[in-house]
Design a protein around this ligand. Structure first.
Ligand SMILES: Cc1cc2nc3c(=O)[nH]c(=O)nc-3n(C[C@H](O)[C@H](O)[C@H](O)COP(=O)(O)OP(=O)(O)OC[C@H]3O[C@@H](n4cnc5c(N)ncnc54)[C@H](O)[C@@H]3O)c2cc1C
Length: 474
């Protein structure tokens, strides 16, 4: 290979010569992958099977030094940068066409400080890496519910899961990060250093640089959590959801109970004739004694007789991976999401209408109950804006074959439009590729203005543009 074609920050084509690439290769300790290299195809793959992007080059970093080299190379050659941590984001921004892909997926070391109950996790860690390391001491970091999600993307967008109502979002437990900004500087960012950046990275996504290490305060949860699933008939979904909306809002913060509308998976505790049928799943986790958890669930269990249930103490790491199988890599995905002001009767009716018309058997609607500790954090104190909405709705449109693309995407868009009147904002991490106006919905007006100024200061050329992008002002 003598020259490599790439796409610049202004969209023009450029050629990178072999000497420049060899120089980069000699500077890094990780791997430089070019399209002809064996690992190139594997590394550019993302969780969402819809995404098929071909970076000009991939820098497989093994440490902060490599990240600095990659960012400097990109800036000096006028190239944009995409960052891959877990590669989970539905919008597929971890890969790009023609630019530099910085792959952090081999940077997965985790160090737990048992005495201070803190953990440092490399920028490419998966949630399972952090859970397994912290659970040795019965500790955890509040984060998402699928163990192969990357700590990078989820944290920079907010990060919530089973213990967030009690202990806050991931960003509420973030103490500091080490990050490489567009100028190639390594910055230690915390409430005491680069406080403006510390505000922005807690909800502003990957717009301001590449985080190579996160430090979190952990919470004590022990190694088991009372958790499980209650699967009830879809025929009673309407009264059940009306009951649920009031039930959920009076629960103590130790309990999280989320609704999932989907076709029943072949779970052993469900009768065979229910498998593949539309059902209402209530998934829950309770931080406390099993008996108290069971008492809290009683009103739901009394409301209608379930098809089946699985309620038990589970190892935390097992419960954290309970949804992994249903979220396997490689399926085609398109998501639409809203924070919901309330689950009004009209909103429930719309949700159920669309659930009755799932375009494929793999689709589902997730309705987590939010509130609790995150709502007590002042909304302007981090870039994550919508902390007080009681519910969130995430429409997971999932399918196998490209010929279903149009049908599935249209269904999701119609669903989104019909539920818009009940919405107030969106969670940035659940956005598909929807354009800048929609990205703004993840923020308040004043938060957005502040993020734009921060972007201008730290990334005026918009090198980090493959994300839910905040454009620097012209
Ligand atoms: C199956 C599934 C389940 C999910 N469940 C939850 C959940 O329970 N709770 C929740 O809050 N979210 C959840 N999410 C959403 C999740 O938070 C986002 O998809 C998130 O972006 C994934 O992070 P990642 O590192 O795996 O993704 P990637 O695709 O690798 O990264 C996404 C973007 O984040 C940025 N980024 C990632 N790492 C870094 C870094 N180290 N430095 C700088 N920028 C970086 C980049 O801009 C990148 O484009 C889920 C997603 C999926 C697909």
């Amino acid at each position: 290979m003598e020259v490599l074609e790439a796409t610049t920050l202004t969209g023009t084509h450029t050629s990178l010569d072999e000497a420049a690439l060899e120089n980069l290769r000699s500077q890094i300790q990780g791997e430089l992958l070019l399209p002809e290299d064996i690992n190139y195809e594997k590394v550019r793959q993302l969780w969402n099977g819809m995404i098929d992007r071909r970076p000009a080059l991939i820098v497989r970093c093994i440490g902060t030094y490599d990240v600095v080299q990659a960012v400097n190379f990109a800036r000096e050659n006028n190239l944009p940068v995409a960052v891959k941590s877990g590669g989970h984001n539905v919008a597929g921004n971890a890969a790009c066409n023609g630019g530099v892909m910085v792959d952090l997926s081999v940077m997965r070391s985790v160090y737990v400080d048992k005495k201070n109950k803190t953990v440092r996790a490399d920028g490419g860690c998966l949630l399972s890496d952090v859970d397994h390391a912290t659970q040795i001491y019965g500790l955890a970091v509040p984060s998402g519910i699928v163990s192969h999600t990357g700590i990078g993307g989820i944290t920079l967008g907010g990060g919530f899961g089973w213990i967030s109502r009690k202990h806050g979002f991931s960003i509420d437990n973030l103490l500091s990060v080490v990050m490489v900004t567009a100028d190639g500087q390594v910055r230690h960012v915390s409430k005491d250093e680069h406080t403006d950046l510390f505000w922005g990275i807690r909800g502003g996504g990957g717009n301001f640089g590449i985080v190579t290490s996160f430090k979190f305060q952990c919470v004590d949860i022990g190694t088991e959590v009372y958790s499980g699933l209650l699967v009830t008939p879809f025929a009673q979904a309407e009264p059940y959801l009306r009951f649920y909306r009031d039930y959920a809002r009076q629960l103590p913060d130790e309990m999280s109970a989320w609704i999932v509308l989907r076709n029943a998976p072949p779970l052993p505790f469900l009768p065979a004739d229910i498998h593949g049928k539309l059902v209402v799943v209530t998934a829950f986790a309770y931080l406390g004694k099993a008996q108290k958890g069971e008492d809290l669930l009683k009103p739901l269990r009394d409301f209608c007789s379930p098809h089946g249930e699985m309620l038990a103490m589970h190892p935390w790491t097992a419960w954290q991976s309970a949804f992994d199988g249903l979220n396997a890599h490689g399926m085609r995905n398109y998501w639409k999401s809203h924070h919901l002001k309330d689950l009004s009767d009209e909103c429930i009716a719309q949700i159920l209408h669309f659930a009755r018309h799932f375009p494929t058997p793999h689709c589902e609607v997730f309705i987590p109950h939010m509130e609790g500790k995150p709502s007590t954090v002042p909304s302007e104190s981090t870039a994550f804006a919508h902390r007080s909405t009681p519910f969130l709705m995430n429409v997971h449109t999932r399918w196998d074959a490209a010929h279903d693309d149009q049908k599935c995407i249209q269904w999701a868009r119609d669903f989104y439009e019909k539920t818009k009147p009940f919405a107030k904002g969106v969670y940035v991490n659940f956005l598909s590729e929807e354009g800048e106006e929609r990205v703004k919905d993840a923020y308040t007006e004043s938060t957005w203005k502040r993020l734009v100024q921060l972007k201008k200061q730290y990334d005026p050329q918009n090198i980090f543009r493959f994300n839910q992008n905040i454009h620097p002002p012209a």
